[in-house]
Design a protein around this ligand. Sequence first.
Ligand SMILES: Nc1ncnc2c1ncn2[C@@H]1O[C@H](COP(=O)(O)OP(=O)(O)O)[C@@H](O)[C@H]1O
Ligand SMILES: [Mg+2]
Length: 509
Amino acid sequence: MLGKVLTCAIIGLDGALVEVEVDISQGLPAFTIVGLPDTAVQEAKERVRTAIKNCGCVFPLRRITVNLAPADLRKEGPAYDLPIAVGILLASEQLVTSAGECLFLGELSLDGSVRHTSGILPMVAVARDAGLTTVFVPAADALEASLIAEVTVIPVDHLAQLVAHLRDERRIEPYIAPPDALAAIEPLAYPVNLADVRGQEHVKRALEVAASGGHNMLMSGPPGSGKTLIARASPSILPPMASTEALEVTQIYSVSGLLGNNGQGPLMRQRPFRAPHHTTSHAGLVGGGRWPRPGEISLAHRGVLFLDELPEFGQNVLEVLRQPLEDKMVTISRAQGSVTFPANFMLIAAMNPCPCGFYSDPARECVCSPATISRYQKRLSGPLLDRIDIHVEVPRVDYEKLAGQGEPERSEVVRARVIAARSRQIARFAGTPLTCNADMGPSEVRTYCALEPAAQSLLKAAAQQLQLSARAYHRTLKLARTIADLAAVEVIGPAHLAEAIQYRPRIQT
Ligand SMILES: Nc1ncnc2c1ncn2[C@@H]1O[C@H](COP(=O)(O)OP(=O)(O)O)[C@@H](O)[C@H]1O
Ligand SMILES: [Mg+2]
């Protein structure tokens, strides 16, 4: 007797349909899984055997062969437990049902309960694309699955419950998401408000510009001047995500198994903020592993990647950032094939100007030798710095400002301006995949960055004096575009351009 059940594999961020075929034939008791299973799939045998026993069914003591088709696609992870169990019950005629129109996903525990499984969202999307009507998912993941509206989601708590459902003894009601569960924006709670930062008005302005256009930013200054604090305030002024962006981000978190334990529920509604430590490896930052997983740059997709103490990151680690900073995605190739992860993030970096931190500080003397300072700053390569649009110095805050009574502007006020500037950009790029000025390519720069005559002559002078590279030239124009958007002006004026130019790097390498 042959049992056939559909399930799903994850390659990179996408799912692929997998057919689980179970054959039970005469012979000595044996249980084999073929079709390129990894260790976790091999171990499904033990979980499935015990779970079937513990749900009141019989595990057939005959020769069981499980084939996961297509055979050349590598299968990994424990999500095949539930479909294998159902396949065995079908093949041993303990279940008679046509499960052809359904997708089964889930990890089993020994007592038969169905556990949370990563990657539910992209797998349910595969079901929809394949025209399947019903998916059986772990009850814990039902809300995530219900983000795909076209498919009926059946939440399964326990294998016994699923058996009763498939035998028509006790139906499981389809899952209906509570109406407020996916409401656009909940009252957002951010750990740091811009009002917590005293002084540093020019840095806050730079952050506002960066957030408005999605530009990269590097802060440099002595320790304790508030660099980390300002970076941590950045999520509070970012515009909300469109629903398509939220789904993209949710898919990445779903595959990484990070959904649900980040305080955001099943749908990522807040832009992510990732702050990897400087000991992070290559693979941890850009993604990798034998079966490539998204790295920090992809987890920061549509949000902020904050690299504190930038020169402390290994040079190799920083240089791999260059390509994704330009292409806004990263492709990881392995012998088995290559996968592409999106990585459209806004980079915020912070550094001290020298190892002791007080170079250029008016109050405290720097104890580093010129050679040490130069070696420290050379850890950041020219090509990397060239990709950062906004360079700002963060000087120490003086006592008067720190102890002053006045209340600095709150994030909510700044955020309203950022949202206004973004909505001009969204209107401009309507019908294209672009979402903000930083996404513009050279042809869009030509179309949308019209300059007033006075600004044109300023740009000419600056390009000659600062020896702007072609990239720096385009980046300056995009930045000026954002500054003009903040001022709600369509043609870029000299003041907007001048502000953009003064954000160019001053660290010479
Ligand atoms: N501009 C500022 N306004 C208010 N508090 C500040 C400011 N700068 C620093 N601080 C205080 O000093 C602490 C350390 O600041 P931090 O941002 O970590 O400095 P840095 O990263 O520049 O070394 C902050 O947690 C905050 O308590
Ligand atoms: Mg710091």
